[in-house]
Design a protein around this ligand. Structure first.
Ligand code: SAM
Length: 280
């Protein structure tokens, strides 16, 4: 019997062969499997020849309540495997609150390495991997999306987002408009039959995706290269921004320009700029 603990078990993101031998053993031996969706995971477990001893659902709305039952199971000598629908639990998936409560209660938490779309995409994007930031899904609202893109315009690290197929074209259009010179890798259907990686400048994406609707299907990870400070166009934009500030120093303009350059939220800068304006 395996050690009493909470085991964080990654599952495949598209290719069943990507489950690890350790994950299979932990799932087989677990006295309880806590799954984001028991029906969905039930199919995968059956394909792997695993019959759960006990299974409960544990998703965003229930995980806080589930945590105490999971802790009790482990304190009574059991072992619990936490899985999500695909990939690594907690990475844009439920699990954080369960881990937090286990840690607070002194219950051992054992993380297993395994499939994760962020890392899989980063590995094939062809963009710098020394420093990167994962941001979850792009915001859905247009204003928040444009703020997010302007916020990363001058980023000094690779930025990674998840995106839904129904929004990939719209998001690409916004990227083309707001960060046209950035190198982007659209990583689609990773580990699956139609796995594809489209690498190009942001300004080239809309025409590429529009030319073939099939390129908009499936699951996506969007990897965006850091700002190229030597880039002529970026330099020209920066000079334009400086010229704008010189001409017009209203809090609105100053906060918009500095926000676009630094990624600091415009609202925060606006409040600060306004307070400076009011100060005697
Ligand atoms: N926990 C998962 C992980 O470890 O990557 C992510 C869960 S999140 C709810 C699901 C999103 O991850 C999808 O909408 C898509 O953006 C991305 N994703 C998952 N599997 C993918 C795949 N095979 N190819 C590309 N993106 C994928």
């Amino acid at each position: 019997m395996q050690q009493s603990a909470l085991y964080i078990v990654p599952t495949p993101i598209g290719n069943l062969e990507d489950i690890t031998m350790r994950a299979i053993r932990v799932l087989k031996e677990a006295t309880l499997i806590a799954a984001e969706d028991t029906r969905h995971s039930g199919v995968m477990l059956e394909r792997l020849g695993i019959t759960p001893k006990k299974m409960i659902s544990c998703y965003d709305q229930t995980e806080e309540a589930r945590a105490q039952g999971i802790i009790a199971e482990i304190k009574n000598g059991g072992s619990v495997a936490l899985i999500s629908d695909a990939g690594s639990p907690l990475i844009n998936d439920p699990g954080y609150k369960v881990v937090r409560e286990c840690a607070r209660s002194g219950v051992k938490v054992v993380p297993l390495p395994g499939p994760c779309a962020v890392i899989t995409a980063l590995e094939c994007a062809g963009l710098p991997t020394d420093a990167f930031r994962f941001n979850g899904f792009f915001p859905v609202k247009e204003k928040e999306l444009s703020d997010t893109l302007l916020g990363i315009a001058s980023s000094d690290c690779t930025q990674i987002f998840y995106e839904a197929p129904r929004r990939i074209l719209k998001t690409s259009q916004m990227m083309a408009e707001l960060i046209p010179e950035h190198e982007v890798a659209l990583c689609r259907e990773l580990t699956k039959t139609f796995e594809s990686v489209y690498r190009m400048k942001a300004k080239e994406l809309p025409a590429f995706l529009s030319a073939d609707p099939d390129t908009q299907r499936g699951e996506f990870v969007v990897v965006i290269g850091r700002a190229d400070v030597k880039n002529d166009e970026a330099l020209e934009k920066a000079r334009e921004a400086v010229a704008q500030i010189m001409q017009n120093s209203s809090p609105k303009t100053v906060s918009a320009v500095i926000s676009a350059l630094t990624g600091v939220r415009k609202r925060d800068l606006y409040e600060y700029a306004s307070s400076l304006k009011k100060a005697p």
